[in-house]
Design a protein around this ligand. Structure first.
Ligand SMILES: [Fe+2]
Length: 305
């Protein structure tokens, strides 16, 4: 099945302290502010109109994950399939005015995805200011109570392809049309939600810059730098001021053919170190146990039959 999704489009977060979240995104990540109102800010690392959307809210929670479709026909096809396959339709209008066409859907576990036409590339290619300045968003890793069922649902609805999984399906990685090893990772968890979202860094010196910037604010990386076995990407993780786990990633494997998924042996305790970090340091408990909930979508307009 052809993927209806090209890549990760944006991440939208509800935050209790909007000023603090904006300060974190600009001073650490190094994003530029595209637009800001009393209750919402659009930020980006590149020419795309928005990659991170922050909403003032009563709870720090994930609002939506934007998945970019190439055009209107793919968005409409995703909506048809979502209704048939048991998603709830949250909205049929775009969450950001710069998006031409979108449908927002919620999985039975409450993962909220907006399938949308591309955001315009109307921002300057580069910007000044502090922070690391990533190249772009990279991927998300979602927590699910039943990763195998969620993987099937994403494959049937959006055409995402399984790149790799553990023998017991505790960890699964799915790619979109751009071929990155994963645009959506899935991890087995007692509660559904978002484990982390990831920015793509340009070079390894950016990871040093990240560590030094966090240090200037007396903060720590949670895990890394290292290199994941699955996806072959460099990584470091930190927790932002609103409590979301942020990965900084580089050099992810790209798969452009239709090869069958790799199946790897890794116990649920992640003790097969070469799978999680080829350089050797295992993930700390704070990384393993982290999870951010999705906000319950308001404005549910129709339940799929
Ligand atoms: Fe990741």
């Amino acid at each position: 099945m052809t993927s209806l999704v090209n890549r990760l489009g944006y991440v939208a977060l509800n935050v209790t302290d909007l000023d603090s979240a904006i300060a974190d995104a600009t001073s650490i990540t190094g994003l530029s502010i595209v637009e800001r109102s009393a209750d919402r800010a659009l930020l980006t690392s590149n020419r795309q109109h928005a990659e991170l959307v922050l909403h003032r809210a009563g709870q720090d929670a994930v609002r939506a994950i934007g998945l970019e479709a190439p055009g209107t026909a793919e968005v409409e096809e995703a909506a048809v399939r979502a209704r048939r396959l048991g998603w709830s339709i949250v909205a049929e209008h775009p969450s950001v005015p710069a998006i031409a066409r979108a449908v927002t859907i919620a999985s039975p576990e409450g993962h909220v995805l907006e399938i949308h036409t591309p955001l315009p590339e109307d921002q300057p290619r580069r910007h000044g200011g502090p922070g690391v300045h990533p190249r772009r968003l990279c991927h998300v890793n979602l927590a699910s109570q039943d990763p195998a069922a969620f993987e099937r649902l994403l494959a049937q609805t959006l055409g995402l392809k399984l790149s790799e999984r553990t023998e017991g399906c505790e960890l699964m990685w799915m790619r979109a049309a751009d071929g990155r090893h994963h645009t959506v990772g899935i991890a087995k968890s007692a509660e559904p939600g978002l484990h982390h979202f990831a920015w793509e860094f340009a070079q390894f010196s950016d990871f040093m810059r990240l560590g030094d910037l966090l240090d200037t604010q007396d903060r720590l990386m949670v895990w890394g730098p290292g290199r994941h076995g699955c996806g072959d990407n460099l990584f470091s993780y930190y927790v932002d001021r609103a409590g979301f786990m942020v990965e900084c990633s580089a050099e992810m494997e790209v798969i452009l053919d239709d090869r069958p998924p790799s199946v790897i042996s890794c116990p649920p305790d992640l003790s097969n170190i070469k799978v999680v970090n080829r350089w050797g340091a295992p993930p700390p408990r704070a990384w393993i146990e982290h999870m951010s909930p999705f906000a319950a979508p308001d404005g549910l307009i129709a339940l799929a039959s």
